[in-house]
Design a protein around this ligand. Sequence first.
Ligand code: DX5
Ligand code: ZN
Length: 225
Amino acid sequence: MISSGLMEALSIAPSLLAADFADIAGALARIEASGADWIHLDVMDGRFVPNITFGAKMVADIRPRSKLVLDVHLMTEDPASLVEAFAEAGSDFITFHAEAVVHAHRLIERIRALGARPGVAIVPSTPLSAIEEILPFVDLVLVMTVNPGFGGQGLIPSCLDKVRRLAALRTEKALSFLLSVDGGVNGSTYRDCADAGAEVFVMGSAFFTAKDPCLEVRNARGLPV
Ligand code: DX5
Ligand code: ZN
């Protein structure tokens, strides 16, 4: 169960993937100043996705510098081998891909036992039926709205239908996971994501290329600017 406070408003989660990796401190300062409340950390192993980013040390180094929610997205072939290190590093959410795991329920329980909040992610080609049985056990469902691996791609509109159906299932079954959208979330797509029922907006390139990231965050939240 997640605290009701987390459900109250849209959470904006800038993704470090789009930051300058030679200036992570600058990226953190930009995120803190923007009014965003989460930091999304994309972990890629060059196998589950054709790209490599960083490991648990990134989370461990950021943790003492930020009180924001650290939202770790594992795009890796063997997430079970990594969750302990990421939990110890201070991750708040640890989300793994359903496509990479056979015993998802076991991994969810392990993440929770390690003191982090478990999340499950699905790529655009994975149907909801792949995660339906585990929805009661997760704190977050991340719907990939692009094929994972790279920032700056266009949102695939049909993925929002999965968000809509997940939101309906959540109500129908009285569940309380957060619904996160990841990929191509920007000024042209915020409203569609929110209308579909998402409340966590992962934003990579839209956030880091914005002239005014505060404005970007307020716009995404649908607040007056
Ligand atoms: C892609 C990552 C995303 C990425 C989104 O595989 O999971 O989190 O940072 O980047 P944009 O917002 O540029 O699509
Ligand atoms: Zn991500």
